[in-house]
Design a protein around this ligand. Structure first.
Ligand SMILES: O=C(O)CCC(=O)C(=O)O
Ligand SMILES: [Fe+2]
Length: 373
């Protein structure tokens, strides 16, 4: 099991030239980020996203979080928030996905978590079973049947939720500190994005933060998820890395290594597009609840991870699922988002019109649909 860094990018750069805090590789590539670029080599070791697939590359909007100048954690500078807000809304309404750089979470923390989870996945099954996912969605899920389709999903998952639970720090020293560091950083970054989203949606700056006041605490379903997809042979019928789905919450932050395989269905079409890899960057994608809040003007992004055609390596990723506090009422806002001028294709589970509900009812229904069989 291993991971390295390579650059496979087709991104559109929005905003100012990157600042000083970018990861090294990002800084090296930054000078070429003008308009649409494609740094994807014609062939290479990480052929999973270069090989001949049905899907094509998607062009993503990159925007800067301006970590250097954001002010304090709770009260980021107004100008920064406004800039992030308009870029984030544009990207999420057009693509359902945005790419964040200069966000302040160092790549070495992701790598420490990838390494810790690698070590956990190498433990004998009976040890891993001690940490199995419980009814509060906390814990380890071994590779097995997909929650979404008839496919078999080849991935290890470890969910860390606000209910708390055991972490395998005895078997894997450093596991807890890797998770704790990331949990704190992802929460902080999410707070900034929630503030920006609220401003972009013409609400008071703390409109969304006040509804997400307990992330990773009891009474809130936000989850930090470590994922490891072991190396596989060629794609086989009925075998997926992660089947197509939309996330349930407000939005998801996703860090990934360079293995590739992540694909998205753009909101206004049925076609699947590949998402490249930009070292150090974090993807932000819309979930069900934000789609609901915005009357589907920020549609939930359908995504999946496919088995690469020629790649014998493993894939690592880390997702931070941001959810509102469970007692939050999810009611569509009146705000009209300028960019959302097309009718987006809806996620299967969003198609039915439903009345007002709380975040708790929403997540319980999604869990029932997901874990029914
Ligand atoms: O591993 C990935 O990149 C995607 C994971 C994912 O979409 C999920 O767990 O909801
Ligand atoms: Fe997902």
């Amino acid at each position: 099991m291993r991971f390295d860094q390579e650059t496979h990018v087709k991104f559109r750069h929005l905003g100012q030239p990157p600042g000083l805090r970018h990861p090294r590789l990002w800084k090296e590539k930054a000078s070429t980020l003008e308009g649409i670029i494609n740094l994807m080599p014609p062939s290479g070791r990480c052929s999973g996203i270069n090989g001949p697939r049905r899907s094509t590359n998607v062009t993503l909007d990159i925007f800067e979080y301006s970590y250097n100048s954001r002010g304090t954690e709770r009260y980021p500078q107004k100008g920064v928030v406004k800039q992030v807000a308009s870029k984030l809304l544009r990207a999420l309404s057009e693509k359902g996905l945005a790419l964040l750089v200069n966000h302040g979470i160092p790549e070495c923390k992701m790598k420490a978590a990838y390494r810790a989870f690698d070590a956990f996945c190498e433990l004998p099954e009976e040890v891993r079973t001690k940490y199995e996912r419980n009814e509060s969605n906390y814990g380890y899920v071994k590779p097995g049947p997909s929650k979404y389709t008839d496919e078999k999903e080849a991935r290890h998952v470890f969910n860390v939720t606000g209910t708390g639970g055991p972490l395998p720090d005895e078997e894997v020293p450093g596991f807890k500190s890797a998770v704790d560091e990331l949990a704190r950083d992802f929460k902080q970054l999410s707070a900034m994005l929630l503030t920006a989203l609220a401003v972009g949606l013409e609400q008071s700056p703390d409109f969304l933060m006040s509804k997400h006041s307990r992330m990773l605490e009891p009474g809130n379903e936000s989850t930090l998820r470590l994922l490891y997809y072991p190396p596989l042979g060629a794609p086989a019928p009925g075998l997926a890395r992660c089947s197509a789905h939309c996330d349930y919450g407000t939005f998801t932050l996703l860090a990934q290594d360079c293995e590739g395989g992540l694909e998205i269905q753009t909101p206004y079409g049925e076609r699947w597009g590949r998402v490249g890899h930009l070292p150090g960057a974090i993807l932000v994608n819309t979930g069900d609840i934000l789609a609901n809040w915005t009357n589907n003007q920020l549609p939930a992004l359908r995504h999946r991870v496919v088995v690469p055609e020629h790649c014998g390596r493993g894939r690592h990723s880390i997702a931070f699922f941001v959810h509102p506090d469970t007692n939050t009422l999810i009611e569509p806002l009146d705000t009209k988002i300028a960019q959302a001028n097309q009718e987006p294709a809806l996620c299967r589970l969003q198609k039915k019109k439903r009345g007002v509900m709380t975040a708790y009812h929403h997540i319980q229904r999604r869990f029932r649909e997901t874990y029914a069989s």
